[in-house]
Design a protein around this ligand. Structure first.
Ligand SMILES: Cc1cc2nc3c(=O)[nH]c(=O)nc-3n(C[C@H](O)[C@H](O)[C@H](O)COP(=O)(O)O)c2cc1C
Length: 189
């Protein structure tokens, strides 16, 4: 059982990072092997829509994403954690998500070779926004949840909270507990 954590904030040790660590601790407690990828430390270019991957399932861009594709395929569950930047996700997370393109064929179905690994893959999401209204992050939830639903993966749910300064979320017991539970669910459901 492998649970992959994808950290989409450039602020290492910040709110998204703290909650993702909590989720991975929950997954570990439930018996999973866990790994965290900090997207800001990787080189991930934007998708070029060159469509070369439609035939091969492999991206032609020479950066760190093909290695991450392998980890996506191997993971049983993936938990993403990202702050709201201008009512949307960070550029790091968006570049990563767009590059999932390589896993699909021309009709947005999984590449045949990947289908057994991707069908039912469990996907969770953590969002943090500065606004006290947690629904500021709804567009991010919509983006991930729609992707999951369109592609027959399994939506684990979302943990949404508000925090502004680096590490503020440490005081948010409810968000930390919910993130831990999300991680446990990722490793067991
Ligand atoms: C460039 C930038 C844009 C932001 N835009 C928003 C926004 O549109 N709405 C919001 O509620 N918070 C916004 N924030 C605040 C962050 O979401 C907030 O500080 C969050 O706690 C950062 O999480 P982190 O510690 O994981 O990086 C923005 C922050 C930055 C740096």
């Amino acid at each position: 059982m492998k649970v992959l954590g994808i950290m989409g904030s450039p602020r290492v040790g910040g709110n998204s990072d703290i909650l993702l660590d909590k989720a991975l601790a929950g997954a570990k407690e439930a018996g999973a092997e866990v790994e965290k990828i900090i997207l800001d430390k990787k080189k991930i270019s934007g998708c070029k829509d060159c469509k070369k991957c439609n035939e091969t399932g492999l991206c032609v861009l020479k950066d760190d994403m093909p290695e991450i594709h392998k980890k996506i395929l191997e993971a049983d569950a993936i938990i993403h954690s990202v702050p709201v930047y201008f009512w949307s996700m960070t550029s790091q997370m968006k570049a990563y998500l767009d590059r999932w393109c390589a896993l699909f064929d021309a009709n947005w179905s999984w590449q045949k070779a990947y289908y057994p690994k991707m069908k039912g893959k469990r996907i969770g999401l953590i969002t943090v926004c500065g606004d006290p209204n947690i629904h500021t992050a709804d567009p991010i939830v919509h983006s991930f949840k729609s992707t999951v639903e369109m592609t027959k993966m399994h939506w684990l749910g979302e943990v949404m909270t508000s925090a502004i300064d680096k590490g503020d979320v440490i005081k948010d017991e409810k968000a930390r507990k919910n993130a831990f539970e999300l991680g446990k669910k990722a490793a067991t459901s």
